[in-house]
Design a protein around this ligand. Structure first.
Ligand code: ZN
Length: 155
């Protein structure tokens, strides 16, 4: 890797590395109802996301990809956080996470492990790494938000 990893508090770094080394919900689903993939060419990150949605509940999620620890751990934390909840809840967490990274807002307790990525807000180049999986989730669920233009990038 040519670029130095951002420096984080030890505790946060442990959480990030743990998700990176042992990604939750890694793989694919046999019969996804929704799926999407995306890339962050600046860093070489790739995420493919599968979801099984019943009604408005995200029953199953799986992802696979490659790239830096920020992008992959964010995806792992995202699946752990929003899987089992409703699409509205996923959208709420997405907004809180974007506020944490883009607006450097105080982390909300509802973010759970995702709070560990708070430090990324200080590294604008890496914000795209952390937001990649959410961009893919947004696309998979066809969520249109006014914030979209701020966090998306040219494909
Ligand atoms: Zn990256």
């Amino acid at each position: 890797m040519s670029r130095a990893e951002p420096q984080f508090d030890e505790l946060y770094r442990e959480v990030i590395l743990d998700h990176y080394r042992r990604p939750r919900n890694a793989g694919t689903l046999e019969a996804p109802t929704h799926q999407a993939e995306g890339a962050n060419p600046v860093c070489g990150d790739e995420i493919e996301l599968h979801l099984a949605v019943e009604g408005d509940v995200i029953c199953e999620m799986a992802f696979r990809g490659q790239g830096c620890s920020i992008s992959q751990s964010s995806a792992s934390m995202m699946t752990e956080r929003v899987c089992g909840g409703t699409i509205d809840e996923a959208r709420r967490v997405m907004r809180l996470f974007e506020a944490q990274l883009v607006d450097a807002a105080e982390p909300d307790p509802a973010l759970g492990d995702l709070e560990a990525l708070q430090g990324v807000a200080q590294f604008p180049v890496r914000v795209k790494c952390a937001l990649l999986c959410w961009k893919v989730l947004r696309e998979a669920l066809n969520i249109d938000e006014t914030e979209h233009a701020r966090t998306s990038q040219g494909d």
